[in-house]
Design a protein around this ligand. Structure first.
Ligand code: ADP
Ligand code: MG
Length: 277
């Protein structure tokens, strides 16, 4: 069983309160456009500190767009526009006084397709993000960081004897865990994961799920997944996105995962989580 009993039983709010230093992420009235195409309409969601929040829903309903809004990647698309707020522990990450790099460092992203720098060594992959932040670290500090990030990414035992080997030589599942380790090196407070296991086999998927559950002890996690078993296994809270017939995406229902799967309030949620659409 992947889920320690305590995580299943605990109320996410209580669990969060008991783990100081973890950050809550809150999206308030998010509306998003690509050009004149409105793709999200007044979406609000609180992602509890130290919890795993799963975003579920059919393709095209705006889950990836929502995720990219959470770490200011949406604004990289020239036609993209946005209204609403994203609050990290109450602080607006879109505050014009704040630096983009700080938002990106605080809120990391792991993508569907593992994307390590293939020619770079495993060690250099983990350290790659540090160069962007300009942080200075001694050689021994860097070695400690590589080890701790690879441990947290669940990859250390498999690669500790070949840290100089290229990242591209690892299996798909290992590459994805290397990407997780890389994103941890800048000490993010939130980790966003956009279908991180869709490109992986079931065994690698389970390993990543275990890694994720352990990581939630120190990082708030938001995951997009089409795998309902995965959402049920790993997440504490869940949000069901839907965009019906050309209307922008909205959240139909959100709440504790056990409630969403066990006794959904909305018929559409029930249909979706039971594979009826
Ligand atoms: P999901 O992740 O739920 O499948 P997306 O967020 O990728 O949904 O897409 C939501 C809507 O936004 C879709 O209609 C998609 O075509 C549109 N969209 C996504 N990215 C872009 C983009 N870069 N330019 C224009 N439209 C986009
Ligand atoms: Mg997507």
């Amino acid at each position: 069983d992947l889920l320690p009993a305590a995580r299943v039983a605990a109320d996410p709010a209580d669990a969060a309160a008991s783990r100081a230093g973890l950050a809550e992420l809150r999206a308030v009235d998010i509306t998003a456009w690509f050009g004149t195409h409105k793709v999200l309409d007044r979406v609000s969601l609180t992602m509890p500190a130290g919890g795993i929040t799963a975003l579920i829903g059919p393709s095209g309903c705006g889950k990836s767009t929502f995720l990219r809004i959470l770490n200011r990647m949406h604004e990289l698309v020239p036609s993209a526009a946005l209204a609403g707020e994203v609050l990290l522990d109450g602080g607006d990450i879109y505050d014009p006084q704040k630096r983009l790099i700080d938002a990106r460092r605080a809120i990391g992203m792991v993508f569907q397709k593992p994307n390590p720098f293939p020619a770079m060594s495993i060690r250099e992959n983990v350290l790659a993000g540090l160069k962007l932040t300009g942080a200075k670290a001694s050689r021994s500090e860097r070695e400690d960081l590589v080890e701790s990030c690879l441990i947290k990414g669940g990859l250390w035992n498999e690669v500790k004897d070949r840290l100089d080997a290229p990242g591209g030589g690892l299996s798909g599942g290992q590459q994805q865990r290397l990407c997780i380790a890389r994103s941890l090196a800048v000490k993010p407070r939130v980790l966003l994961m956009d279908e991180p296991c869709s490109a992986l086999d079931p065994t690698s998927t389970r390993v990543i799920e275990e890694t994720m559950v352990e990581l939630a002890e120190e990082v708030t996690i938001v995951i997009v997944t089409h795998n309902m078993q995965q959402a049920a296994r790993v997440s504490d809270t869940c949000a069901f996105f839907l965009a019906s017939q050309g209307t922008p995406g909205v959240i139909v229902e959100h709440g504790r995962t056990d409630a969403m799967f066990g006794s959904p309030r909305d018929q559409r949620t029930s249909d979706y989580v039971n594979g009826r659409f």
